[in-house]
Design a protein around this ligand. Structure first.
Ligand code: AMP
Ligand code: FE
Ligand code: FE
Ligand code: ZN
Length: 283
């Protein structure tokens, strides 16, 4: 059983969430969480605001979710408690955000050319930080072309390999695990069996990533059914990896609340013990 009071996966307006970092920690406190991790896509821009707004009794784990690829398959790594000034990791994150802006601009250009009324100016307003497809999806909702953000993630619109989809230049996952680890962080494989989003990697890749320094596997996640969770927990146990969980909260753009999935205290302590880049912030 996971302790739902430790939520190690949440997004803010620094990437594609809809709560500001300040609102996010306030919501986490109001939800009764003991620990929340801020894990925006490819950025640490929300860290300071979240730390400054932390309500009493809540601990903040500063992190990021890094866009990676392995063997042609996209995957996400959660990186926790790394040094945000590490030059190599910072350069990698800067490159990812530049790629995000370039591909979002290209998707917006194609949508505009198709007469949808979506413009890059509007998408940039909606996604002023680490811009992503949810911002394009919101622009499509605004134009009345899809009823919900989720319905923009289809082959007809901006679903992976869809009509208006443009790929992101991602970091090789083994390289990313090494970069995170060298920056004092702890790397966790995010939602490895989120099959609805596209292809996922084979079991053998977990051992490859573990050899590179991977610390944990995100088992308890909304995109994993009970069977996937059992299989992943088995893989993690075989490789001596920490089992984590989190809500993958995105505010109003996804129907999942803070604390919807969580991490046990024991697993949390192992994870924190594996990192040395920055400390957990307590209020
Ligand atoms: P990107 O990183 O820009 O390629 O966009 C991927 C992001 O889109 C994910 O992190 C989710 O926040 C969001 N996303 C992916 N699939 C869906 C979906 N079916 N419904 C809503 N949001 C989604
Ligand atoms: Fe996201
Ligand atoms: Fe993710
Ligand atoms: Zn996420």
């Amino acid at each position: 059983m996971s302790d739902q009071r430790i939520d190690l996966h949440a997004h803010s307006t620094a990437s594609d969430g809809t709560s500001s970092p300040r609102e996010l920690v306030q919501q986490a406190g109001a939800a009764g969480l003991d620990v929340v991790a801020l894990t925006d896509h490819d950025t640490t821009a929300g860290w300071d605001e979240a730390a400054q707004a932390l309500p009493a009794g809540l601990s903040l784990v500063r992190g990021a979710e890094i866009s990676c690829v392995h063997g042609g398959v996209s995957l996400h790594l959660l990186a926790y408690l790394f040094d945000p000034e590490d030059p190599s990791l910072t350069a990698a994150l800067d490159g990812l955000r530049q790629s995000r802006a370039g591909r979002a601009q290209e998707m917006a250009r194609q949508l505009e050319a198709a007469g949808t009324g979506v413009t890059w100016e509007r998408v940039r307003e909606l996604g002023s930080g680490s811009v992503g497809r949810p911002h394009l999806a919101r622009a499509l909702v605004e134009q009345g072309l899809v009823p919900t953000i989720a319905e923009a993630f289809t082959p007809q619109w901006i679903g992976t390999a869809g009509r208006f989809w443009v790929g992101l230049a991602e970091i090789e996952a083994v390289v990313a695990v090494r970069l995170i680890t060298a920056a004092g962080g702890a790397a966790v494989f995010a939602h490895p069996r989120a099959t609805a989003r596209g292809r996922t990697v084979d079991d053998a890749v977990f051992a490859t990533l573990a050899d590179a320094g991977l610390v944990g596997v995100e088992v308890d996640h909304v995109d994993h059914d009970a069977q996937a969770r059992v299989a992943l927990a088995g893989l993690a146990a075989d490789l001596g990896l920490v089992v984590t969980g989190g809500s993958d909260f995105h505010g109003a753009s996804k129907p999942v609340g803070l604390g919807a999935n969580g991490t046990t205290r024991e697993a949390y302590e192992r994870l924190v013990g594996a990192a040395s880049g920055v400390a957990v912030v307590t209020a």
